[in-house]
Design a protein around this ligand. Structure first.
Ligand SMILES: [Zn+2]
Length: 241
């Protein structure tokens, strides 16, 4: 068939039944960021794709690129299927929310290695029974902050997003895109020092070392990230936990 072949690694974000026996895959790929592909015959009992075209699978793919925007899967090999993640309700929920966030926030067909590596690292952590904190809300919010950074929508945390003042940072404004000082707090909500510290540390530390914080602080963090993305990326994320 005319067209060319694209070889890439990708994570299955969503897998949709299509027609009699096909699947449409929403993929996050190393070569091209967000792409969609059809796997013909994938739901037949003896399909050569087996069960690996399910959400969260990390795959080595050969994709045929014709005239349509939809690529065609010609070969799929498993890099990691994260089998233990699939046996845990909290880990499954966290993985689903992570893939949903990638779908909403990283919709461009262009490579973004930090975002891809972050998603794979999070899935591997959720698959590791020695890391029970991975499925918790602290790690979910750290993932969200790092994903926002990779997408270019990280909130301003070092100084007031309106006037640049470095002291008395007591509020957060999604419209301003970051922390705001007492003099610029119109339209902001209260952000505790603890919540502010959580965000700074979550971005600075590896995902496996997500900081701890109280429930109230974590709600403030979720709201801060959510409002920043609503105002600047025009996406609304599902609840983090
Ligand atoms: Zn200010």
């Amino acid at each position: 068939m005319p067209g060319k072949t694209l070889k890439t690694e990708a994570v299955v974000l969503r897998s949709i039944r299509y027609g009699e026996a096909d699947r449409i895959l929403h993929l996050y790929s190393t070569a091209r960021g967000r792409v969609n592909a059809i796997a013909k015959g994938a739901r037949r009992p003896k399909s050569r794709f087996g069960g690996r075209l399910e959400p969260f699978f990390r795959l080595d793919l050969l994709l045929h690129e014709g005239r349509s925007e939809l690529l065609t899967v010609t070969n799929a090999a498993t890099v990691d299927g994260y089998p233990r993640l699939r046996a845990s309700g909290p880990a499954l929920g966290a993985a689903a929310r992570a893939c949903d966030a990638v779908l909403r926030l990283l919709d461009a067909a262009e490579p973004n290695p930090p975002a891809y590596n972050l998603l794979c690292r999070y899935l591997a952590m959720l698959d590791d029974p020695a890391l029970p904190r991975a499925a918790g809300v602290e790690t979910a919010l750290s993932f969200r902050l790092k994903l926002a950074l990779a997408a270019g929508f990280s909130p301003e945390l070092a100084s007031c997003a309106r006037c640049g003042e470095a002291e008395h940072l007591s509020g957060f404004s999604g419209a301003a895109g970051g922390v705001v000082c007492a003099g610029c707090e119109a339209g902001s909500f209260e952000l505790s020092g603890e919540a502010h510290r959580f965000m700074v540390e979550a971005i600075a530390r590896p995902l496996a070392e997500a900081p701890e914080a109280g429930e109230r602080e974590l709600r403030q963090v979720e709201r801060a990230v959510g409002e920043t993305l609503e105002h600047h990326a025009h996406v609304r994320l599902r609840s983090a936990a």
